[in-house]
Every structure is written in C-alpha cells, then in structure tokens.
Design a protein around this ligand. Structure first.
Ligand code: IMP
Ligand code: MG
Length: 190
C-alpha cells in the first residue's frame, strides 16, 4: 500500500471517534452522491426555466447546497442564511433569529436546502419566516429526513434519504462542531 492509498483508506475508515464518542460508517460517499443525483432529477424537472432562489441553511447544508446547485441545469440564484439562537428574556428561553439573508424573495420560487429535518422545528420556523417575504412558491429539499421524529404538518417536498432517529455526523452534519468535513455519513455507536 503506497502512502496515498494509506491516507485515503485512513480518511475513509469505517470507524471514527469525535469528542470521545464512537461512530461507524453508515452511508458512503457514493450513495450520498447517488441520492443527490435522484433529487437533482426531480428539482431540474420542477424548476426548469423558473430561475429559483436556492437557500442553503448554514452551517450544515453547505456541502448539500454545493452538490445540488452544481447539478441544476437552468438559471438560478444561491443564497445562504443562518439561524442564530440566543437566550431571550421571555419564558420560552431560546429565541431564534434568521440572519444573513439579503435577497428580495417576493414573487420568487424559493427552495430551502437543509442537511437534515429531524423534529421539524427548524423547518417550521423557516417556512413561517420566509413566507412573510411573499415568495411565489416556497418548498424544501432536505438531504436526510427522520420520519419518526418529524412532528410538523408542512410537507417535506424533496427527501434524499430517510433515516432512523439515531444521531448522525458527516457530510455537513456535526457533533459539537466536529465531523462536517467527512465525505461519508457516520452513525453513533451505543
Ligand atoms: P429539527 O429538530 O428538525 O429542528 O433539527 C434541528 C437541527 O438539529 C438540524 O438542522 C441539525 O442541525 C440538527 N440535527 C438533527 N439531527 C441531527 C443528527 O442526527 N446529527 C447532527 N445534527 C442533527
Ligand atoms: Mg441544520
């Protein structure tokens, strides 16, 4: 095994440890890209000629956004936003705020790009907030979807891969800041 092969196999090894927790490989990079190929076929079909605005939700969706938009065949715009959560003074504690969006979304076809939809709380907040811009259409594409955890009524229009409730890292998803750079997706080992 030469050094390059060794380096590649180490990078792609089946088990990893982050912050002292063990994870094992769950979805490999090839399967990730195949799932995005399928999503891109649907998105290309539905948004052909519409000049959509794709909105990536940072930080988790930076890789997914890049992979979707480079497969999109007609004109489009790309923007990112971030949900900042801080301790509010009201009874619920946490307050969300949407930051970084400068685009005028009125009458636009907006597609939110999410890395993962779990309980759906984040998505609900985004849908409610972005609909106030009066877009022509507002839909969501998520790479991963946890159907058993999802608690909301909003349709999740495009879903890459459906997964269970276990905690995942890699391909943009982090465990306490680490793991976003991994090409494959890993699942926590108990
Ligand atoms: P929500 O519960 O649908 O609002 O998901 C909230 C956020 O939790 C997601 O945008 C992710 O950042 C994070 N999240 C949910 N499940 C996972 C996971 O399995 N791994 C890493 N982050 C996750
Ligand atoms: Mg996220």
């Amino acid at each position: 095994m030469n050094l390059l092969t060794l380096a590649l196999s180490l990078k792609r090894m089946k088990r990893i440890e982050l912050h002292g927790k063990k994870f094992k490989r769950f979805i490999d990079a090839k399967s990730i890209q195949n799932a995005i190929d399928d999503l891109a076929i649907q998105i290309n079909r539905d948004y052909n000629g519409k000049r959509p605005v794709f909105i990536g939700v940072l930080n988790g969706s930076f890789l997914f956004t890049a992979d979707v938009v480079r497969r999109f065949k007609s004109d489009c715009e790309v923007a990112f936003l971030r949900l900042a959560s801080y301790d509010g003074t009201d009874s619920t504690g946490k307050v969300n705020e949407l930051v970084g969006l400068n685009e005028d979304l009125k009458d636009r076809d907006v597609l939110i790009l999410e890395d993962i939809v779990d309980s759906g709380n984040t998505l609900a907040y985004l849908m409610e907030n972005l609909s106030t811009y009066q877009p022509n259409s507002l839909k969501v594409a998520t790479f991963l979807f946890k159907p058993n955890a999802y608690k909301k009524d909003f349709p999740v229009d495009y879903r890459g891969i459906e997964v269970g409730n276990e905690f995942l890292v890699g391909y943009g998803l982090d465990f306490d800041g680490l793991g976003r750079n991994l090409e494959d997706i890993y699942i926590i080992e108990d």
